[in-house]
Ligand binder design. Structure first.
Ligand SMILES: *Cc1c(COP(=O)(O)O)cnc(C)c1O
Length: 366
């Protein structure tokens, strides 16, 4: 006799479609026997990470047997010194994904609602459903967030609104005026999660920075990550800046040791290496121009992006293009599962990697 564990799961969990991660390089090597693989599928930093982070990890090696600092004091102190936020406004996360889950678990009762955009990060619905909440997906406007419509979607059952600036997988963004008009319409008891995973990549002067707003709006939480521009994706470190009352709540559901010692040490050291982040931003801007030029030459439409990736319309099923590129040793991300059946997202890599991608794409589409 066996139990029907599917029926046993909560209705929300039954509705979850598991997150589809980018294909690992080693997996493609095994499958195709290829050696020279280019992975442009997970918005990783092609420069790796700061040498200060590597040194910090090495120094931490002697302490493997000890639990990490559950209070993340050194990381909080580095964030305080760099951005000016008191420790009681900082929540460390096992990646910023952890922050999204903590928010959903702490604030959403079964049946209550969270609002997010069409073509938004796949983890928002996942976190909401896992908490037995109801996800309300608002149609996108030109592939980006329709903040006016999102504000209108908020009702008495809404607990959280998730917005990303820039957004993944589209790379779209909104400006200060749109954001301020949006916040003015959101009730004080609805928490707005502003996900700024890619903000360090933005080159435009005057681009909005969520940290400028957390004092003004007690119902605003800004999440940041060390996975992208800081290049620490494998270590899983992110954090939230929010009102002390919100932070206090998140701390109740946060696992006591949610960030490991290597992650803490590397993230703390990375905050001291602005030059690395600036070099990453510059390389990305040049690579973005390179890939845009290549897509233009192929006559492919793309969505202008301020992040470290760009989405383009391959004009045929994205899965086919993805599979064909794999055979050329190039891993990209089809985003059919984001409601964009013929679109592909490619992360910006090193100049040579971008060239390999464009060459392979030319061959595959040709
Ligand atoms: C990559 C990404 C994150 C960061 O995830 P981590 O858990 O910090 O690695 C968060 N939000 C969006 C929109 C992302 O694309």
């Amino acid at each position: 006799m066996s139990c029907d564990f599917f029926s046993n799961a909560t209705p929300g969990v039954q509705q979850i479609s598991p997150y589809q991660p980018g294909k690992p390089i080693d997996e493609l090597k095994r499958e195709l026997g290829l050696d020279d693989i280019v992975k442009l599928a997970s918005n990783e930093n092609p420069l790796g990470c700061s040498p200060l982070a590597v040194a910090a990890i090495q120094a931490e090696m002697t302490q493997i047997g000890r639990y990490p600092d559950g209070n993340a004091f050194a990381l909080k102190e580095a964030i305080r010194q760099k951005f000016g936020f008191a420790h009681n406004r900082i929540t460390p996360g096992n990646g910023s994904n952890d922050i999204l889950e903590l928010v959903a678990r702490a604030f959403i009762n079964p049946g209550e609602e969270a609002v997010y955009s069409q073509h938004a990060f796949a983890v928002y619905p996942l976190a909401v459903l896992a908490a037995s909440g109801k996800g309300v997906e608002v149609p996108a406007l030109n592939y980006g967030h329709d903040l006016e419509a999102m504000a209108r979607a908020v009702n008495g059952k809404t607990k959280v609104v998730f917005i990303a600036n820039p957004n993944n997988p589209t790379g779209t963004w909104f400006e200060r005026a749109e954001f301020e008009a949006f916040m003015a319409k959101i009730p004080a008891n609805v928490l707005v999660v502003l996900d700024e995973a890619y903000v360090e990549y933005v080159t435009e002067a005057g681009f909005m920075n969520g940290f400028d707003y957390v004092d003004q709006y007690p119902n605003l939480l800004v999440s940041r990550t060390f996975s992208k521009a800081y290049g620490l994706a494998s270590l899983r470190v992110g954090y939230a800046i929010a009102h002390p009352d919100v932070t206090n709540i998140l701390n109740r559901v946060r696992q006591p040791f949610n960030v490991n010692s290597f992650g803490l040490a590397a993230a703390t050291a990375s905050l001291g290496d602005d030059a690395f982040v600036a070099a990453s931003r510059e390389l990305n801007a040049a690579g973005m121009r390179q890939i845009e030029a290549g897509l233009n030459a192929l006559g492919l439409a793309f969505i202008p992006s301020r992040a470290n990736f760009i989405a383009f319309d391959a004009k045929r099923p994205a899965m086919e293009v993805f599979q064909a590129l794999l055979k050329e040793g190039v891993i990209v991300r089809p985003i059919a599962n984001y409601g964009m059946p013929t679109w592909v997202r490619v992360s910006i890599g090193l100049e040579g990697e971008n060239a390999r991608f464009l060459q392979a794409l030319t061959k595959v589409l040709g």
